[in-house]
Ligand binder design. Structure first.
Ligand code: CU
Length: 541
């Protein structure tokens, strides 16, 4: 076991367990088989404890007879910062009485983001790589990026997309124009729908005056296109993001248990991901494969018309209708106004039937616990980007915090750490796992029980969480995850399988303001064994 670095105030231990008996990675193989019997998956999330559900409409009508069921948010402030400012949390939806522009809640329709259609399929409409930041070398030399001697899974012609990132005036509430950023000029961005085995190239034009770097959250993508924080799209330039939508191999064959389903793309630029996302840069990226199509065809899962992506976000507004963002708030930005798909507290009219909701926690820092207002359980289809082996009935437990606020006197003394700020060196890889191995990673949150919570997101592929604070995780967390949540002083163990792309990739806290403080390290899978740390093996403009 080797200590492999520290990111902010959490640390990581790594151990290569590939050769050991009883390595429980087979759960991945089970996912696919069990999935065929019945179940589904779900959404991605800001990595902040996502949830989804296929919402089961009651067959005999809602108990309250009103025909109205809402998804309520328990505004858990899990930052764990004692004595945090009153603006931050705990007020919840009830506090949203003063909505921007005098808007009355639940009077505007909830939009479904439009699909971004490809510019071309099969034949490139433009010269690949002609733009300043080029295209991933993996696009031309795919095997170069792969673990040697494995097939590269690709069955469908490449799709080409143009995506312009622009300034927008967005109506979070009707009639009030709020300046922001939008992928293709919309908030949230348009949805990209693709298939496993069908590569996509997204030519992304930066028409803003800030640096951009797009991360496809949950994607199994090569390093050039993964949104490494300083592999920028500079203002006025463009970058070709190559998303192979492939799956890694297992025993020489494509491992379809690694097919992701509900992903999202969002900005990941060095130090400014927080404001870039806050101002609007997030969108859905949905992928399907034969298994999922079978589930829809056999009516196990609702089809496209009843398959609704919902991006849940919190925001804070200035009196003039502009968004408020505190660049000095390093706890994590919290809002007091609730959005679904870029609109403040909208209403969605639905039929009396089952829906598949892909609920994305797109908040910068807030953890969400969702429940239905009539007390019905969700049927959870998956977690993060991944489908469960079988659907899980999820009943929510509501915690009621009672008693007066306890204010401890300040304990600061000379030497007390105040601002965690371990700086990512983007040229150095803290972890250099060897392709073809499985490692056990232990994440430790060094903040103590009253400290910050950190949702740790590892790029490139899902992690299988095997232990949280010394115990087996809850059923809903035992399969693949994009994010593992470390509560104050918490410790979690995950298994990671490295078997395809070389790095560099990052892993980091997904509270975006922590990420912007570079609570982030580089993980750089290699073909040959190395001792960490190492200089990164590749860098791209
Ligand atoms: Cu954090």
């Amino acid at each position: 076991m080797s200590t492999s670095g520290v990111g902010g105030n959490w640390s990581l231990l790594r151990e290569d367990i590939s050769g050991k008996a009883g390595v429980p990675v087979v759960r991945k193989a089970v996912v696919r088989k069990a999935g065929r019997r019945g179940v589904l998956r779900a959404g991605a999330g800001a990595g902040l404890g996502l949830t989804y559900g296929g919402l089961a409409a009651p067959s005999a009508g809602p108990p309250n007879g009103s025909g109205v069921v809402s998804v309520g948010v328990v505004p858990a402030d899990r930052r764990g910062v004692s004595g945090s400012s009153s603006r931050s949390s705990g007020r919840g939806a009830a506090a949203a009485a003063l909505l921007p522009g005098g808007y009355a809640a639940f009077t505007q329709a909830c939009p479904i983001p439009a699909e971004l259609l490809p510019t071309a399929e099969g034949v490139s409409p433009w010269q690949p790589g002609a733009v300043f930041h080029g295209i991933a070398p993996e696009y031309f030399l795919r095997r170069y990026a792969e673990f040697p001697d494995v097939p590269y899974y690709e069955t469908l012609p490449t799709r080409f997309y143009d995506l312009r990132v622009q300034r927008v005036l967005h109506e979070y509430v009707p009639g009030l124009k709020t300046p922001g950023y939008g992928y293709a000029g919309s908030i949230p961005g348009p949805t990209i729908r693709s298939r496993i085995g069908q590569p996509c190239v997204v030519r992304t034009y930066n028409e803003l005056d800030v640096e951009l770097s797009t991360h496809l959250h949950g994607g199994h993508s090569p390093a050039h296109a993964d949104g490494y924080p300083n592999f920028y799209v500079l203002p006025g330039r463009a970058r070709d993001y190559y998303y192979p939508n492939t799956v890694p191999p297992l025993n020489g064959r494509p491992d379809f248990t690694e097919s992701s389903s509900t992903m999202w793309f969002h900005d990941h630029a060095m130090d400014i991901a927080g404001p870039n996302v806050w101002y609007g840069l997030a969108g859905f990226y949905l992928v399907s494969d034969e298994l999922e199509d079978d589930l829809v065809r056999s009516n196990v899962l609702p089809g496209v018309a009843y398959d609704i992506p919902l991006a849940l976000q919190d925001r804070k507004f200035n009196p003039d209708g502009t968004l408020f963002y505190d660049l000095l708030d390093h706890h994590g930005q919290l809002g007091d106004v609730w959005l679904a798909n870029g609109r403040v507290q909208p209403v969605l009219k639905v039929e009396r039937r089952k829906y598949r909701l892909r609920l994305l926690n797109g908040c910068n820092a807030r953890f969400l616990e969702l429940r239905l207002s009539n007390g019905q359980p969700f049927t959870k289809l998956g977690k993060d980007s991944w489908l469960y082996p079988a659907a899980i009935e999820q009943k929510w437990l509501k915690f009621v915090v009672e008693g007066p606020v306890q204010r401890d006197s300040a304990a600061v003394v000379p030497g007390t750490l105040l601002r965690p700020h371990r700086v990512l060196d983007p040229a150095t890889a803290a972890a250099t796992p060897t392709l073809g191995t499985i490692e056990r990673w232990i994440f430790r949150n060094g903040t103590g029980t009253a400290g910050w919570w950190h949702p740790v997101h590892v790029h490139l592929s899902g992690q299988q969480i095997i232990r949280v604070n010394g115990a087996e995780p809850a059923l809903a967390d035992r399969f693949k995850s994009d994010v593992v949540i470390l509560d104050g002083g918490g410790e979690a163990e995950s298994l990671l399988h490295f078997r395809s792309f070389r790095g560099p990739f990052v892993f980091h806290c997904h509270t975006l303001e922590h990420e912007d403080m570079r609570m982030m390290l580089t993980m750089d899978p290699r073909v040959t064994a190395t001792v960490s740390p190492q200089p990164i093996q590749a860098a791209f403009p």
